[in-house]
Design a protein around this ligand. Structure first.
Ligand SMILES: CC(C)(C)c1cccc(C(=O)NCC2(NC(=O)c3cccc4nocc34)CCCC2)c1
Length: 246
């Protein structure tokens, strides 16, 4: 898939997307990333991309015209139509379901705001959807764009090896992860749970499922809301909670 990013800090995304799975997905040609800087499409020798907000008040707004020209150049660069996503606090919360949707598209354009945001007329005329990565104040949309790039790149066929792909699938069932351990078995911080060294794969799978259910119940009950647990899962969770409460 092709991802275009419109940002006043184009090297920000280029750098973020250069590591690990995302970097490899790009090397393998599974994802191509193209950064566009609205400043390259701004007028005057100050190449102005922002200006004061009408109505007064603090802060600046990203001007509509440099962004319009920048998006036009981005669209001209490839005949494939782009699904334009504005990363914004006003957007719908990003979740794995939305990531899967985005990852299935042939081309995404990610628009990153700076200052107080983007002139609303640009959003209304050019943006297909607005997405937010969470409720906190950020300095720009670039970190959110980097999150989307990472999340969709991992889902491209061939991006993950079999083990990582299987692990990704396990995350997709919407539960929190079970605890993980490696060497040494004995350590001043504690001992690796016996079951994980038992070689009994059915017991290990049961223990891991029980931990995932129990931890989700304790830390993110919202992920279990509206979800019918199988009898097996309900029994595992009950045993977990009984065991916890002694
Ligand atoms: C959420 C809440 C705290 C109530 C709030 C209310 C009003 C403004 C802001 C705020 O952060 N404005 C600044 C900008 N923020 C983001 O771009 C941004 C922020 C968070 C998640 C995101 N996901 O994508 C882009 C995101 C917008 C223009 C430049 C950066 C935050």
């Amino acid at each position: 898939m092709r991802i275009d990013v419109v940002s006043l800090f184009p090297d920000f995304i280029e750098r973020c997307a250069g590591f690990g799975v995302t970097g490899r997905a790009r090397e393998r040609g599974l994802v191509s990333l193209h950064a566009w800087n609205p400043r390259d499409y701004a007028e005057g020798n100050y190449r102005k991309v922002d200006d004061r907000t009408f109505g007064g008040g603090p802060g600046m707004v990203m001007l509509v015209e440099p962004l319009r020209r920048c998006l036009a150049a981005m669209r001209r660069a490839d005949p494939q139509p782009a699904h334009v996503v504005h990363l914004s606090p006003q957007g719908r919360r990003l979740d794995q379901r939305k990531v899967r949707e985005l990852a299935a598209r042939p081309r995404l354009a990610l628009l990153c705001g700076r200052y107080e945001g983007v002139d609303e007329r640009l959003v209304q005329a050019e943006v297909d959807e607005e997405l937010s990565i969470g409720d906190y104040v950020l300095s720009g949309g670039e970190l959110a764009a980097a999150v989307v790039v990472d999340a969709v790149a991992r889902l491209q066929d061939g991006a993950l090896n079999d083990a990582a792909s299987a692990a990704q699938d396990s995350f997709e069932d919407g539960l929190l992860d079970c605890p993980h351990y490696s060497h040494p078995v004995e350590h001043p911080y504690g001992t690796v749970p016996e079951v994980l060294r038992s070689g009994n794969h059915a017991a290990i799978a049961r223990w891991r499922r029980q931990q995932a259910l129990g931890r989700t119940w304790e830390r993110r009950p919202d992920l279990l809301a509206g979800r019918d647990l199988s009898r097996q899962d309900a029994a595992l969770l009950e045993a977990y909670l009984r065991g916890r409460d002694g």
